[in-house]
Ligand binder design. Structure first.
Ligand SMILES: C[S@@+](CC[C@H](N)C(=O)[O-])C[C@H]1O[C@@H](n2cnc3c(N)ncnc32)[C@H](O)[C@@H]1O
Length: 237
């Protein structure tokens, strides 16, 4: 089964499981606010939400930039069906496709901002670099990228806390609510194997982003969840 099929299989349990994660929505809202900060707040503003899933990150973006047009992209038909079933203003639309191919060319405009929450760890390491380069080229000059992602490889304490939460809560809860526990075992493992924050920052800089910063989350997310902020240069390189 592909990853997109695994997400589709558990898509109708995704919102329930995230609602049981204390601080999940707060952290998404704060990351979306980081993206909106400094962008023009008008109807011409275009944002992309890559790996939008069931639309929770799209909703956070809309809260931070209510006038913006937003395109959510995801490779899982089932996650997109969950997103599309929600109520959205006219400026929000959803596209099926991979982030690596930008939906097979379906995302043709130049966005002001790009959000990617819990996406990049799912890309093969080499695709992280090529995708970041493409995003930097496609962003408008001074456009912003925010990547929100788990990373624990720099801290033994963070790895132990992450494994304890996955073993004791995430995988059992997934089983209890009828989601596929294999997808949540993949979540556990993929975070343990994910880039360190130092490595991901370097990827951003090597892709040509400027003003790269990273901050960590609050509560149990501290040291586990990280938000990277980066800008496209003034003139495309
Ligand atoms: C953990 S969910 C996050 C959903 C949403 N961003 C949120 O914050 O709730 C990860 C999403 O990324 C999507 N995804 C994984 N790999 C992808 C890829 N290569 N291209 C596009 N979407 C992908 C999955 O289908 C899934 O919906």
């Amino acid at each position: 089964m592909t990853l997109a099929e695994s997400f589709t299989r558990s898509a109708n349990r995704y919102d329930l499981l995230t609602s049981l994660n204390p601080g999940y929505h707060r952290e998404l809202r704060e990351a979306a606010a980081d993206l909106a900060d400094g962008l023009p707040a008008d109807a011409d503003t275009l944002l992309w939400d890559l790996g939008c899933g069931s639309g929770l990150s799209t909703r956070a973006l809309l809260g931070a930039a209510p006038q913006a047009s937003i395109v959510g992209l995801d490779s899982s038909a089932g996650m997109l069906a969950q997103a599309r079933a929600k109520t959205w203003p006219a400026g929000v639309r959803f596209v099926e496709g991979t982030a690596e191919s930008l939906g097979g060319g379906a995302l043709s405009e130049e966005p002001d901002g790009i959000f990617a929450a819990y996406l990049f760890r799912n890309l093969a390491p080499v695709d992280r670099d090529t995708t970041l380069r493409t995003l930097r080229q496609r962003l408008r000059p001074r456009g912003r990228l925010v990547v929100h992602e788990y990373s624990v490889s720099e801290s033994r304490a963070a790895r132990m806390r992450w494994s304890a939460v996955c073993r004791g809560l995430v995988v059992p809860l997934a089983r209890l609510v009828g989601a596929d526990p294999a997808l949540y075992r993949y979540l556990w493992r993929s975070v343990l194997e994910n880039d360190s924050t130092v490595r991901f920052r370097r990827r951003l800089e090597e892709a040509g982003f400027t003003d790269v910063r990273v901050r960590t989350g609050r509560g149990w997310h501290h040291g586990i969840l990280h938000t990277y902020l980066a800008s496209a240069p003034e003139a495309a390189a």
